[in-house]
Design a protein around this ligand. Structure first.
Ligand SMILES: Cc1cc2nc3c(=O)[nH]c(=O)nc-3n(C[C@H](O)[C@H](O)[C@H](O)COP(=O)(O)OP(=O)(O)OC[C@H]3O[C@@H](n4cnc5c(N)ncnc54)[C@H](O)[C@@H]3O)c2cc1C
Length: 377
């Protein structure tokens, strides 16, 4: 299992519970390093399958009418089942006024701490600070037979496995949203190098609304926001979708928000249930429920950077294979030079593997052509 965020820990837990012997390697410290551990997550929790179609309809057009009810339903089913399992395992969900567990809210830091405890209990071997560098492909069998990576002291780990799961997160590295600096696409690159085809990568350009001075892209308090321009003119918002008018206006001038539509009860609830949503304002000495503050957009990139520069994208727009960078990043050669080039090398950003090997060479075809990994700086 490569990556120890929600996806990796859940996959590890379910595999271990069904009898597999599991090794999970995380680039950071599993349980703290993922995007979820830095944030709080509201979950689309629809326990009754007869309500799936209605929920699907409500969101279908917002998603550009690209989703399918069968997939959505499977995801909703799985989420409901796993959230119930989480409660059975002892996760302390917050309680609603009627005393029932509120399974639709997960407090990131203690949720991921809990997941780490669970996978340890289930017998998963955890390798912390042990980034995946690539997958091992058996050319004769034509399949992946393991994975390898590096430890903090520069030594190498390698695991032979019947199945490898890539769960290394998205691509929001340096995008500015909190918790996303570990999301540097390593897993997508490893998969691309052994010939994986990608799908659904069109959905990678996700931007989140935040105070201009903050990395906290929590959308929840913005439900109760009013928006205005610098001179105080209210922003015209058509319907529920505030994002587009705010983004359009931001191109030309600053936009300000204030959570003035929140009642005192909502303010109290936000402060107790979603503490990190208001923390940045408290730190700046701003009362966001009464005082206007400037907003900005942060790249959350829940998909992958390769959505824009896919090595081999399976789908309508990007059917052709493109030449890759010879370094670690694997994005299209010229894009890589422009995007990373000397910047990473000069900064010596050891946790970004992209600087290894530099840019501009021939495409890598499989992991065996890879240069031996260098030690992290
Ligand atoms: C501010 C914010 C608010 C959010 N709010 C919500 C919300 O309300 N509801 C919701 O559903 N979602 C929310 N999200 C999104 C949610 O956090 C992510 O979708 C989720 O964390 C993705 O899980 P993941 O396991 O796929 O990836 P991640 O959580 O990104 O985990 C990836 C893991 O892989 C590791 N890794 C990376 N590279 C390597 C490598 N080479 N080798 C080994 N390990 C590696 C990382 O260290 C990390 O632990 C929010 C995100 C942010 C940033």
């Amino acid at each position: 299992m490569a990556g120890g965020g929600p996806a990796g820990t859940w996959a590890a837990l379910m595999a271990a519970r069904s009898g597999a012997s599991v090794v999970l390697a995380d680039k950071g410290y599993c349980g703290t390093s993922c995007a979820a551990a830095a944030s709080n997550n509201n979950v689309w929790y629809v326990p009754d399958p007869t309500h799936h179609a209605r929920h699907f309809e409500e969101r279908y057009s917002n998603g550009g009418k690209l989703s399918e009810l069968s997939w959505t339903s499977t995801v909703l089913d799985t989420s409901a089942r796993q959230l119930q399992l989480l409660e059975t395992l002892g996760y302390p969900f917050p309680r609603k006024e009627d005393g029932m567990a509120n399974r639709a809210t997960l407090r990131g830091p203690d949720y991921m701490r809990f997941m780490r405890q669970q996978i340890r209990r289930a017998g998963v071997t955890i390798l912390d600070h042990a980034p995946l560098l690539g997958l091992v492909r058996d050319e004769r069998e034509g399949r992946v037979t393991g994975a390898f990576g590096e430890r903090r002291d520069g030594s190498r780990w390698q695991v032979a496995a019947n199945a490898c799961v890539i769960a290394t997160g998205g691509c929001a590295f340096l995008g500015g949203a909190l918790g996303t600096n570990v999301c540097s696409d390593d897993g997508h690159l490893a998969a691309a190098e052994v010939g994986a085809l990608f799908s659904g990568m069109e959905f990678s350009s996700q931007y989140g609304l935040a105070a201009a001075f903050s990395s906290v892209t929590k959308g929840l308090p913005f439900i109760w926001a009013s928006y205005s321009t610098q001179d105080g003119r209210p922003l015209h918002i058509d319907g529920d979708d505030v994002f587009i008018p705010v983004a359009r206006t931001l191109i030309h001038q600053p936009v300000f928000a204030v959570f003035d539509r929140a009642t005192p009860e909502i303010e109290r609830w936000l402060r107790s249930g979603q503490a990190n949503a208001v923390l940045p304002y408290d730190r700046m000495g701003i009362d966001p429920f009464r005082t206007r503050f400037p907003v900005g957009l942060r790249h959350e990139g829940h998909g992958a950077r390769h959505g824009r520069h896919p090595p081999r994208q399976y789908g309508r727009q990007h059917g052709r294979a493109r030449p890759l960078c010879s370094g670690r990043c694997g994005i299209a050669r010229n894009d890589c030079r422009r995007a990373h080039g000397r910047r990473f090398a000069e900064r010596g950003m050891g946790h970004c593997l992209r600087q290894l090997g530099g840019c501009g060479g021939e495409p890598l075809r499989d992991s065996s052509q890879r240069r031996p990994p260098r030690r992290f700086r």
